[in-house]
Design a protein around this ligand. Structure first.
Ligand code: CO
Length: 174
């Protein structure tokens, strides 16, 4: 089921999400709704809090190839529960966007290489070792679990410019 996306500056985006303790049908339904919502909104990643659920769960589905319109197959979705970084190194800069701040794209600095431990939907421990765009997406989504959004990583000047334009845009759409 497609759910509503929580849009910035909704206070829920500042919540620190809670550990998942039971890997049950409720969690599976949440992950399924997250997938439906992410695909419907043309996103490549989504954290549970972005549909208003403060659980440490996120999904990522990077389209294959360079064409973002390509199918995001269900089976290619990575479901990440209770993630912990065991390694983070290097620096790189990529353009990021966020379904909670639609239409805004900015360059953000992140670690280049990450090693992540997490659980899948069945409670099995998994590891990801990545230095491609997946590493960037993971860091973006884990920030959501910590109550952070990517525009907080911009310079003060860029942040002020964003806040001004965002306010103007919101006033125009009300
Ligand atoms: Co986001």
């Amino acid at each position: 089921m497609v759910r509503d996306i929580v849009i910035y500056p909704d206070k829920r985006l500042k919540l620190i999400s809670k550990e998942v303790t039971t890997f049950d049908s409720e969690l599976h339904a949440l992950l399924d709704d997250m997938y439906d919502t992410m695909v419907a909104k043309n996103g490549v990643g989504l954290a549970a809090i972005q549909i208003g659920v403060d659980k440490r769960a996120l999904i990522i589905n990077l389209p294959e190839g360079d064409n973002e319109d390509e199918l995001q197959l269900r089976e290619n979705t990575i479901e990440i529960i209770n993630p912990i970084f065991v390694q983070k190194e290097g620096l790189c800069k990529h353009q990021e966007g966020c379904l909670s701040i639609p239409g805004v794209y900015e360059d953000v600095e992140r670690a280049e290489h990450v090693v992540l431990e997490y659980y899948d939907r069945h409670g099995n421990k998994q590891t990801i070792d990545n230095h491609d765009f997946l590493a960037i997406a993971i860091q973006h989504e884990i920030d959501h679990l910590e109550g952070k959004v990517f525009i907080e990583k911009l310079s003060l000047l860029k942040r002020k410019k964003f806040e001004k334009e965002w306010k103007k845009r919101r006033n125009n759409t009300l």
